[in-house]
Ligand binder design. Structure first.
Ligand SMILES: [Zn+2]
Length: 1156
C-alpha cells in the first residue's frame, strides 16, 4: 500500500508472487484474509490514477491482482469500494492498441465480474462494447489479449442486465459469426482455446430466454451442428464437441408435449368429505399444481443440513394422538391372535374351520367397512355393487373363484382391441392347439368364476391362442364381425360354453409351456385380478403378471456406459429440429384413443393393464419412438414409472426408445441401470424372466415442456435402445420388476395354503377398503402355541410385535419384492423363521397403496397425495390405509403392545445398495451443529443394532449408507411418526436400490428379484438380534447358525462410503453447462502473457506461435509453477537487489531474530 519507489514495489510484488505461487491456494487465501486484495487494489488505484501510469509497475500489479482476485469471493465488492473497477476499465480503454496491457486489464475485469453488481457497473459503463470490439476475426496476433477479451466478455455475461444488453446489441449473432470464423481456421491449439472461450460466451448468453431465442433465430443450432460434424472428424477439435452439443441441447426451442392436457389420463372422482368438515371442498387440481413436495424432497436428498429437526421438544415430546381413544377398540379385530382359542390344537382337526369361526364375528365388521367405502367409490363407473364382500375377509382361504362377484354393468364395458399384430406368436409353438380351436369360441374372453355378465378379463394366454386361431377363422368365416367390435355386442348364451373352453385353453397352455414358479399360480392370479378394481376398468392381464416370473439364472452386471453416449443422443435429437429427412412423427399409441390406426410396420404399444403406464407413443423415425408417461391419477406430475407392452417388432434391429417426460433431475440410468424386459416367446420356451436389457442408455434434460406450460418447465429424457430377439414377439418393458396388487392377493392365498395351520398362525384380514374399493390386506404371522396350556398361551399373548409395511409408493416395486421375500420366509419351515414366529407376532401390511399400484401411478394415491406425507394426521376417507395402519399402531400402543420394530419398505431410485433410515435425536443434533447440549441426553443406541447386523448378513446392505437423522421435510413420514408418536425406537425406512450395489459381493451387479427377496429374508434374520430376552437359548443357537452377532461393536464397516453418485466422467458429461474457468487456467494465461513480454515489440509471430502452443493460452494446461509474473531478467535483477539489501543491512530472519 505504502511502498515508496518503483523498485521496492516491484520487489515486494515479486516476493509475493514467489510466495503465493508455491504450494496450494492456502497461501493466497491467507493473504486475502490479511487484507491482501485491498492492498493490491489500493496500489492499483494509486498507480493507475496518474496521467501517465508506470506500466512497468502496473503490469505485474494487475497480474498479481488477477491471480489473487480470482480466489477472493468478494473481490468485486472490494474493487468497487476501492474505485478500482471503473479505473481498470478506463486503463483498458487507453490501451486497446497495447495487447499486453489490455490483456492484463481484461483479466482483472474478468475477476471483478464475479460480483453481479461489479459486472453490472462495468456493463453500464459500456464495458461490454469496449471489450466486444477487441475480439477480431481470425488472426494469429495477440492471441493472449483476444482470449482475455472473450473470457472477460463471458464473465460480464453473468448478469441479466448484461445479457439483455448483449442480446439487444446483436452480439449473439456477432459471437456466432466469430465462432464460425475461428472454428473454420482453428487448426492450432491457440485458436482452439479461443473457440472454447467463444462457446463459453454463448453458453452464458443463452442462460436467458432472449439469448436462446437470438441464438436460434441467428441459426446457432445449425451452425453448431455443422461445425460439430467437422469436429468429430478431427481428433484435435474433439474437445469442442461436448460444449457445442450441450449448447444445442440447451437452445433447442421448447416443445410442448403432444398432449391435450398435462393431467393424468386417469381421473377419479373424489368422495365428498365426511360430515365433520362439510366446508372443505377438495380440489385436487389446486393441490397438485401448488405442491412441489417431491421435487423439493429430491433436491434435498443430498444436503439435509438445514432440513434437520433441531427443536428438542419436537424430537423428544410425543404429540397428542390424532384421534380420541374411543376409536381404538375397533382394531381389536385385527389382533385375532390375542383372542384366538386354538381349540384345534386339542382337536387336531379342521384347523381352518375353527379359525374361521373364531374371527367370523369380525368379518361382518370388515364387510361393513368396505361397504361404507363403497358408497364413495360407487360414484364412478367401475364401483362395486353394494352386496359385494371380499374373499380376503375370509380367513378360511376358500378359493376366490367360487365367491360371488358383484361387478356393475358399467364395469363390464370392454375396451375394444385389435390384436392383429400378434397373429403369429404361437404359430410355431402351439400348432396343434390352433387346429383344435375355432376362433369364434376363443374370441370371447370370459372371467372364471363369474356367474353374471362381468368385466371380461383377458389374459395373454387366451389372447395368444385366440390369435393363433384367428388365422383359421379367417379362412373359415369371412363374415364374422371384426375382432374389435365383438367384445361389445356379445351374448350371454354362449358364455358358459366359452368359459369352459377358455379354462381348457389356459390349462393347455400352462401344461405345455408353464414353468413351475414357486408361490405363483396363474389361475389364482387371474381370479385375484378379476376382483381388482381400477379406474379404467382393466380387462386385460399383462402376460408376465399372469404367467409369472423366475429370476434369470445368472447375475446381471450394470451396463457399461458407452463413451460420449449423451452427446450422440442429443446430436440425434438436434437433427430432428434441423431436418425433416427420415422424420415420421406419427402417433402410434394413445391411451385415450383406442381407435387409433397405425402403420402396419410400426411397433404396437399397449398399457391398459394393472400397473401399466404409458400414455402415448410417437414414432419419430423408422426405428425410434418417443414415449410419454401418464401422470399420477388426478395429478399432472410424478412421471417416472413405466410398464407397457410392445409388439410387432422385427428381430435384430436396434429400436431407440425415448421416455421424454421423466421428472427426476438425475437417474441411476446414468450409472449402469437398465430397464427390464419380458418376452412372451421366451417365456413360452421355458424362460419366463424379466431381464435387464437395453444399450445406449442415458438420461438427460431435454427441450420438452408441459403441454399447457404450467408449473414444471423441465423434463428429462430416458433413452435406451433395445434389439429384440424374436420377430413379432410380444414383449413387456418396465422401469423395474412389476409387482401388481393382484399378485399380492394371489401370493397371500398361496402362502395361506402353504402353511401348516397346526404350527403357523397365518391370518389375512382386511385393514380397510381403499378409495377405489380394493381391500388393503393385513397379515398376521406368528407361531401357534405348542399347546393350550396356560404357559404356552401366556407366552403367545405376550410376544412382542413387529410391524412391517411397504409399497406406499407405487413406483417402488422393489419394495414389494423385498416384502415377498419377507412373507415367504416368515411362512417357511426354516428354523430361523420358526424361532422368529415363536418370538414375535408379525403384523404385515404389504401394500399401503393398492390403488396407486393398480393404476400405475408412480408416487401418489388416487387423491394425488403422497401417502407417506400423511402420517401426522391422516384423513380417514382420503388416506384410509394410512389412517387405519396408524389406528392399529395406536391400538397396540393402548394395550401395551407397541411394536418392537417398525419398518416401511421403499425403493430408492437414485442410490445404490440397500440401507435403512432410522431416527436418532443425538445424531440429528450433532449433524445439525445445534447448540443444544447433548451430554445429558439419554438415548438407547439400540436403533443401530439391526442395521449393524444387516451389514454383516445381507450382501446388498450398506451400513454406511444408513442415516438416523430426523428431517423436517420427513416429519409426516411413517418412520418419523411411528418413532415420535408411538415411541418405537427401532422405526425404519428400508430403502432398496432400483439399480444395484457398489460394495460387497454384489458390487457392479444390478439387483434382481432374487436379491430383493433375499434382502427380505435377511431383514428377518436381523430381527433375531432383538430377541435376546425371548427363548434365549434357542435363539442363541440360531444366532450362531446364521452368523449373527449380538455384540456387534460400533465397528468401522468394511463398506467404504460413497456418495450418492461417484464422481466420474459421466457426471461431467451429465452437466448441462460449460465447465467454468479454473484458477489454474487463468494463472496459465497470465503467466503466458508474462513470458511473452519480451517478444511483443519484436513482432516475431512464428516464434510466438510456438510458445503459445506450448500452453500459454492452452485452456486445459495446468500451470505447475504459478510464479512467472516477471520476465526472467527482471526476476534476476530484483533477486539481486534483494540479496544486496540483505547484505547491506541487518536482515531479519523468519523467526524475528536480527542477524548480523
Ligand atoms: Zn418411497
Amino acid at each position: 500500500m505504502n511502498a515508496g519507489d518503483v523498485e521496492s514495489t516491484l520487489n515486494i510484488l515479486n516476493v509475493l508472487d514467489e510466495l503465493l505461487s508455491a504450494g496450494t491456494d492456502h497461501r493466497i487465501h491467507y493473504m486475502i484474509s490479511k487484507g491482501g486484495s485491498e492492498a493490491l487494489l489500493t496500489a492499483l488505484v494509486n498507480t493507475g490514477r496518474s496521467l501517465s501510469p508506470n506500466y512497468t509497475l502496473l503490469l505485474p500489479l494487475l497480474h498479481l491482482l488477477a491471480k489473487v482476485g480470482h480466489r477472493d469471493r468478494r473481490i468485486g465488492v472490494k474493487a468497487e469500494d476501492a474505485g478500482a473497477a471503473l479505473l481498470t476499465l478506463s486503463l483498458l480503454r487507453h490501451n486497446v492498441k497495447h495487447a499486453r496491457r489490455a490483456a492484463a486489464c481484461l483479466w482483472v475485469i474478468q475477476v471483478f465480474s464475479s460480483s453481479v453488481s461489479t459486472a453490472n457497473l462495468i456493463g453500464a459503463n459500456h464495458g461490454l462494447d469496449v471489450i466486444y470490439r477487441l475480439i477480431p476475426q481470425y488472426t494469429t496476433k495477440h492471441l493472449h489479449a483476444i482470449k482475455a477479451a472473450i473470457d472477460a466478455f463471458a464473465a460480464l455475461l453473468c448478469t441479466k442486465a448484461n445479457v439483455c444488453s448483449a442480446v439487444s446489441k446483436g452480439y449473439v449473432s456477432g459471437l456466432l459469426r466469430l465462432y464460425e470464423d475461428w472454428h473454420a481456421k482453428a487448426t492450432q491449439h491457440a485458436a482452439l482455446a479461443i473457440c472454447h472461450s467463444l462457446l463459453r460466451c454463448l453458453h452464458k448468453v443463452t442462460h436467458s430466454t432472449a439469448g436462446r431465442q437470438a441464438f436460434v433465430s441467428q441459426g446457432g443450432i445449425r451452425l453448431l451442428y455443422v461445425t460439430t460434424q467437422t469436429c468429430l472428424l478431427s481428433k484435435g477439435l474433439e474437445s469442442l464437441v461436448e460444449p457445442s452439443v450441450q449448447l444445442m441441447r440447451k437452445c433447442l426451442p421448447k416443445t410442448p408435449l403432444p398432449l391435450t392436457s398435462d393431467r393424468s389420463a386417469y381421473t377419479f372422482l373424489m368422495p365428498g368429505r365426511p360430515h365433520a368438515v362439510p366446508d372443505m371442498d377438495v380440489e385436487p387440481d389446486e393441490n397438485s399444481e401448488e405442491s412441489d413436495d417431491e421435487e423439493a424432497e429430491d433436491n434435498k436428498e443430498a444436503d439435509f443440513d438445514d432440513d434437520l429437526e433441531t427443536d428438542l421438544s419436537k424430537l423428544r415430546l410425543r404429540p397428542d394422538p390424532d384421534r380420541p381413544k374411543e376409536l381404538l377398540p375397533q382394531y381389536n379385530r385385527l389382533c385375532p391372535e390375542l383372542s384366538h382359542d386354538f381349540q384345534d390344537l386339542d382337536l387336531s382337526s379342521e384347523p381352518e374351520e375353527s379359525s374361521t369361526a373364531s374371527s367370523s364375528s369380525s368379518s361382518d365388521e370388515e364387510a361393513a367397512l368396505l361397504n361404507g367405502l363403497r358408497f364413495h367409490s360407487s360414484r364412478r363407473g367401475g364401483g362395486r355393487s353394494a352386496t359385494s364382500s371380499d374373499a380376503c375377509t375370509s380367513p378360511s382361504g376358500s378359493p376366490s373363484e367360487t365367491d360371488p362377484e358383484g361387478h356393475t354393468p358399467a364395469a363390464a364395458q370392454l375396451e375394444a382391441r385389435d390384436f392383429h399384430s400378434h397373429s403369429s406368436i404361437l404359430s410355431t409353438t402351439d400348432r396343434e392347439a390352433r387346429q383344435e380351436q375355432s376362433f369364434a369360441s376363443l374370441l370371447r374372453p370370459s372371467l372364471l368364476g363369474a356367474d353374471t355378465k362381468t368385466a371380461q378379463l383377458e389374459t395373454r394366454a387366451v389372447l395368444l391362442s385366440s390369435l393363433e386361431g384367428r388365422e383359421s377363422r379367417e379362412n373359415q368365416n369371412q363374415d364374422e364381425a371384426p375382432l374389435g367390435q365383438r367384445g361389445e355386442d356379445e351374448d350371454d348364451e354362449e358364455e358358459d360354453a366359452d368359459k369352459s373352453h377358455h379354462r381348457t385353453m389356459i390349462d393347455r397352455l400352462l401344461e405345455r409351456h408353464g414353468a413351475c414358479i414357486p408361490h405363483h399360480e396363474p389361475r389364482l392370479y387371474r381370479a385375484a385380478a378379476a376382483k381388482t378394481k381400477s379406474i379404467p376398468g382393466f380387462s386385460i392381464l399383462a402376460f408376465p403378471d399372469f404367467w409369472g416370473h423366475l429370476p434369470p439364472p445368472g447375475h446381471e452386471s450394470m451396463a457399461p456406459r458407452k463413451p460420449n453416449i449423451q452427446r450422440q443422443k442429443v446430436f440425434e435429437d438436434a437433427q430432428r429440429f434441423l431436418t425433416t429427412d427420415g422424420i415420421i412423427n406419427q402417433v402410434v399409441f394413445d391411451l385415450e384413443d383406442s381407435s387409433l390406426q397405425c402403420p402396419s410396420d410400426s411397433l404396437r404399444f399397449f398399457s391398459k393393464f394393472e400397473c401399466g403406464n404409458l400414455r402415448k407413443a410417437v414414432q419419430v423415425r423408422r426405428y425410434e419412438y418417443d414415449l410419454i408417461l401418464n401422470a399420477d391419477a388426478n395429478s399432472s406430475q410424478h412421471t417416472q414409472w413405466f410398464y407397457f407392452e410392445v409388439s410387432n417388432m422385427v428381430a435384430d434391429v436396434p429400436y431407440r426408445f425415448n421416455v421424454i417426460n421423466c421428472e427426476k433431475s438425475n437417474s441411476q440410468f446414468n450409472y449402469g441401470m437398465q430397464p427390464v424386459l419380458y418376452s412372451v416367446r421366451e417365456a413360452l420356451e421355458g424362460r419366463p424372466h424379466w431381464v435387464r436389457t437395453g444399450t445406449e442408455i442415458c438420461y438427460f434434460r431435454n427441450h420438452f415442456c408441459p403441454a399447457r406450460g404450467r408449473r414444471r418447465t423441465t423434463f428429462y429424457t430416458l433413452t435406451f435402445t433395445i434389439t429384440f430377439k424374436h420377430n413379432e414377439d410380444v414383449c413387456y418393458l418396465a422401469y423395474h420388476y412389476p409387482y401388481t396388487y393382484s399378485a399380492l392377493k394371489a401370493h397371500l392365498k398361496v402362502l395361506q395354503k402353504s402353511v401348516d395351520p397346526a404350527k403357523v398362525f397365518f391370518q389375512q384380514q382386511v385393514l380397510c377398503g381403499t378409495l377405489a374399493g380394493n381391500p388393503c390386506p393385513v397379515v398376521t404371522i406368528t407361531a401357534c402355541p405348542a399347546s393350550r396350556s396356560w404357559i404356552d398361551m401366556h407366552q403367545l399373548r405376550n410376544r412382542p410385535y413387529i410391524m412391517l409395511t411397504g409399497r406406499v409408493h407405487p413406483g417402488e416395486s422393489n419394495a414389494s419384492w423385498v416384502m415377498k421375500g419377507t412373507l415367504e420366509f416368515l411362512c417357511s419351515s426354516d428354523p430361523v423363521a420358526q424361532s422368529l414366529r415363536e418370538a414375535f407376532v408379525f403384523k404385515l401390511i404389504p401394500m399401503l397403496n393398492p390403488d396407486g399400484v393398480v393404476n400405475g401411478t408412480n408416487r401418489c394415491d388416487l387423491n394425488s397425495e403422497d401417502l407417506n406425507r400423511q402420517w401426522c394426521k391422516p384423513d380417514p376417507v382420503l388416506s384410509p390405509t394410512i389412517y387405519h395402519t396408524k389406528g392399529l399402531l395406536y391400538y397396540l400402543n393402548s394395550v401395551g403392545r407397541t411394536p418392537l420394530v417398525f419398518c416401511d419398505y421403499h425403493g430408492h431410485s437414485r442410490k445404490k445398495n440397500v440401507f435403512l433410515y432410522g431416527c436418532s435425536v443425538k445424531e440429528t443434533l450433532w449433524q445439525s451443529g445445534s447448540a443444544v447440549n447433548t451430554v445429558g441426553l439419554k438415548e438407547d443406541p439400540g436403533y443401530r443394532t439391526i442395521p449393524k447386523n444387516l451389514d454383516r448378513l445381507a450382501p446388498a446392505f450398506s451400513f454406511n449408507s444408513c442415516n438416523y437423522l430426523v428431517e423436517k421435510s420427513r416429519s409426516a413420514t411413517a418412520r418419523v411418526v411411528v418413532w415420535r408418536e408411538m415411541g418405537v425406537l427401532r422405526s425404519y425406512t428400508l430403502e432398496s436400490t432400483h439399480n444395484g450395489c457398489d460394495q460387497g459381493i454384489y458390487k457392479g451387479l444390478q439387483t434382481g428379484t432374487r436379491e430383493l427377496q433375499e434382502m427380505g429374508v435377511k431383514f428377518c434374520h436381523s430381527l433375531l438380534s432383538v430377541t435376546k430376552d425371548v427363548k434365549g437359548l434357542y435363539s442363541q443357537r440360531l444366532i450362531s447358525h446364521i452368523d449373527l452377532d449380538h455384540n456387534v461393536l460400533d465397528h468401522k464397516s468394511h463398506n467404504c462410503f460413497e456418495d450418492d453418485e461417484p464422481p466420474c466422467v459421466e457426471e461431467i458429461e451429465y452437466s448441462a453447462d460449460c465447465p467454468a474457468l479454473t484458477g489454474a487456467d487463468l494463472d496459465s494465461d497470465i503467466n503466458g502473457n508474462t513470458a511473452s513480454a519480451d517478444e511483443e515489440e519484436e513482432g516475431d509471430e512464428g516464434c510466438r506461435e510456438v510458445k503459445h502452443r506450448r500452453g500459454s493460452v492452452g485452456q486445459s494446461q495446468q500451470s505447475s509453477a504459478k510464479g512467472r509474473l516477471f520476465p526472467h531478467v527482471m526476476r534476476q535483477a530484483s533477486a539481486e537487489t534483494l540479496g544486496e539489501n540483505r547484505n547491506a543491512c541487518n536482515a531479519v530472519s523468519v523467526n524475528g531474530q536480527v542477524m548480523s
